[in-house]
Write a protein that binds this ligand. Sequence first.
Ligand code: M6R
Length: 367
Amino acid sequence: EKGGFEHFMLKEIMEQPRTFRDCLRGRLKAEEAYIKLGGIRDYIDEIISAKRILIIACGTSYHAGLVAKYLFEDLCGIPTDIDFASEFRYRKVVITERTVVLGISQSGETADTIVALEKAKKKGAKVLGICNVVGSSIARLTDAGVYTHVGVEIGVASTKAFTGQLAIIYMMALLIAKEKGSLEYEKYRHLVEEFDQIPDKIEQTLKNTYTAVEQISAACRTASSMIYLGRGLNYPIALEGALKLKEITYIHAEGYPAAEMKHGPIALIDENMFVVFIAPKDKTYEKIVSNIQEVKSRGGKVVALVTEGDKTIAKMADYTIEIPETDKIFTPVLNIIPLQMLSYQVAKLRECNIDQPRNLAKSVTVE
Ligand code: M6R
């Protein structure tokens, strides 16, 4: 059932061009600049007129939610907050009028997320969901929702479910922005066309980054700690990259917004520290370049994920991973691919139990 792969995690990483495409099937038609999300069709007016969106999730799903926060504010102009389900659950929360709550969960069975969403519902919010498992508890308790349709995910480390969640989030944000008129039609159309290319670009990313990732894995297999840095939409990807590394390789890792480094973590930098920078060509590019210099001048080892053809960072970094070019808003989807693979490769070199890491369960159904 591993389809010839050594581990489910590897199979699930490699499947992503297809699972991402499956997610788009019947929902996105690039030629007509058309996006349809049947599951939330009846709620679209409510979403458009929402005064606030509140996202609730745990773990990797929380990281997808963080990407959603940036997108809903950037493309749709809707104030968006995000909370860990376990925090929301035990806090006195203020749910104001016209708040739409969005729960994100691969399994649909995470105990904290279930209880948090029930709480939001009791407080009168409309509750939407993004789940992978059809008919799961969260899918049933939400007022409406969208399935990721990436198939069963077996590896404890979530990979294809994460990119599936991102696929839905991008379609939601684009659809809301179009309906709301917060995005010019031509820009919308262009983004839909670009987005349609993502499955092919995931495939290219898997192919083009393999050798670099293999070399980097060999170099950092004995590291005792690593730092992942990104900005804007790629800050959640830094968090997700670090989570993947911790879970399956047992190397301590931290994700940070790149500019926060100088507020503390920079003290950790020495010649043994690997720092992974997510550095696409976007509006914070120059800032990231100076963050890289700060690490280099303290002897840190820099691994940089850059846009294909970027020579500036390639000259400064110890290792570079070139990522196919896409619109800056879609870079998170491609950037996470080599980071998943890096964790996988390092875990393999360290002979870890990749599909069943110690102390972890696929779904956390207890508190
Ligand atoms: O099934 P869920 O999406 O609700 O699960 C949430 C987390 O438990 C999950 O993402 C966890 O962090 C993964 N092991 C990450 O790879």
